[in-house]
Design a protein around this ligand. Structure first.
Ligand code: THU
Length: 138
């Protein structure tokens, strides 16, 4: 039975990247031709995958990262360790695909600054990408 996530022990960056590449195969990128895949590792060792899903009403498009997060969150997972992200055209994922600002803001709601963001050119943290966050607290 497909439960919508994968159970993993000893997940490493290479394997998480491979799962992100696999996720990108399901991208619905009819308008941009740019396929994105994400593999999100939860604190309890699950991996939720996501791909971008575009729409003819362009602004309704949803990014791969947020789909992975929303899948996990809607299943009750709220603690996260890392996300691997790939993106590109014609199956070429060699150029690093950085998460957009909207996805970083969603990550910042649930992740600490040391949350790991794995790209084709190495491993970064959420703090690297978003050193200052929007927060409602004053
Ligand atoms: N996209 C993502 O999936 N993640 C991002 O962080 C930025 C952009 C998608 C949205 C759209 O389908 C395509 O990439 C081109 O913008």
């Amino acid at each position: 039975m497909d439960v919508g996530y994968m159970e993993c022990v000893n997940m490493n960056n290479e394997e998480l990247m491979r799962l992100a590449c696999e996720a990108a195969q399901n991208a619905y990128a009819r308008y941009s031709g740019f396929c994105v895949g994400a593999a999100l590792l939860t604190a309890d060792g699950r991996v939720y995958r996501g791909c971008n899903v575009e729409n003819s009403s362009y602004s309704l498009t949803m990014c791969a990262e947020r789909i992975a997060f929303f899948k996990a969150l809607s299943e009750g997972c709220t603690q996260f360790r890392a996300i691997a992200i790939v993106g590109g055209t014609e199956g070429n994922f060699s150029h690093p695909c950085c998460p957009c600002g909207a996805c970083l803001q969603v990550m910042s709601e649930f992740c600490d600054g040391d949350f790991s963001i794995i790209l084709s050119n190495g491993e970064f943290t959420l703090d690297d990408f978003l050193p200052m966050r929007f927060e409602l607290s004053c």
